[in-house]
Ligand binder design. Structure first.
Ligand code: ADP
Ligand code: ADP
Ligand code: ZN
Length: 217
């Protein structure tokens, strides 16, 4: 099964993708994670991407399309994937259609996570993750069961993203509305668009997603 989770920054895409990965053996393909790995590695792509990400703007279509095309071509993607943070422009969606066609793959569903902008600042500024395994948490909405210890791996070091500051949220939301929201009619026209209530609590959103996966199976 190949899915896209679509929604603004902080909608819960990564959180739900991690859960679907564990439960269904699908792999999470996050262009944000891939770009942050490139930044950490200090590669040429990473150096160029960093300044753009810090401003809350979108990295060029050519760069992200090439990263995702390499990744989708790897063996472990054959048993199904969840795209998280890609595509983000119509040009990226067209490039995705092309790469899936070439490989004889299809999209089973594009799931919109519906949330209003007002809540996203708190979601984003409270976000952090395990430094060892990357599992995601929130200062208020999702705390580790034992304070300071990762539920998944027992790690005790956590990190926050450089771009998760209130100042960059407005430009990231503007980019979402101007460049990414046009994907909703794009996928609606192709008959694959579904939606969940991203304002509900994390477990409730997971249940709605499970319901959709059940219908698709
Ligand atoms: P995205 O990948 O869409 O940018 P995340 O999954 O990283 O968003 O979620 C942003 C933050 O909000 C994280 O700290 C996460 O723990 C928290 N979060 C995710 N979903 C919900 C929810 N339904 N209710 C409350 N907080 C949530
Ligand atoms: P969020 O879901 O919180 O917006 P991501 O981790 O998906 O965060 O993305 C972080 C940043 O990485 C974006 O603000 C953007 O600069 C860059 N980025 C990630 N995915 C893409 C993409 N598909 N196209 C362009 N830029 C991207
Ligand atoms: Zn961990």
């Amino acid at each position: 099964m190949n899915l896209i989770l679509l929604g603004p920054p902080g909608a819960g895409k990564g959180t739900q993708a991690q859960r679907l990965e564990q439960k269904h053996g699908l792999i999470q393909l996050s262009t944000g994670d891939m770009l942050r790995a490139a930044v950490a590695a200090g590669s040429e792509i990473g150096r160029e991407a960093k300044a753009i990400m810090d401003r809350g703007e979108l990295v060029s279509d050519a760069v992200v399309v090439s990263i995702i095309s390499d990744r989708i071509g790897q063996d472990d993607a054959r048993s199904g994937f969840i795209l998280d943070g890609f595509p983000r422009t119509v040009a990226q969606a067209e490039a995705l259609d092309h790469m899936l066609n070439e490989r004889g793959l299809k999209l089973n569903a594009v799931i919109e996570m519906k949330v209003v902008d007002d809540i996203l600042v708190e979601r984003i500024t409270g976000r952090y993750s395990c430094g060892k395994c990357g599992f995601g948490y929130h200062d208020r909405f999702l705390l580790p069961k034992v304070a300071g210890v990762c539920d998944k791996c027992g790690g005790t070091e956590f990190k926050r993203r450089a771009d998760d500051k209130a100042e960059t949220v407005s430009s990231r939301l503007a980019a979402y509305h101007a460049q990414t929201a046009p994907l909703l009619p794009y996928y609606q026209a192709r008959g694959v668009l579904r939606a969940v209530d991203g304002m509900a609590d994390i477990d409730e959103v997971s249940q709605q997603l499970e319901g959709i996966l059940g219908q698709l199976a």
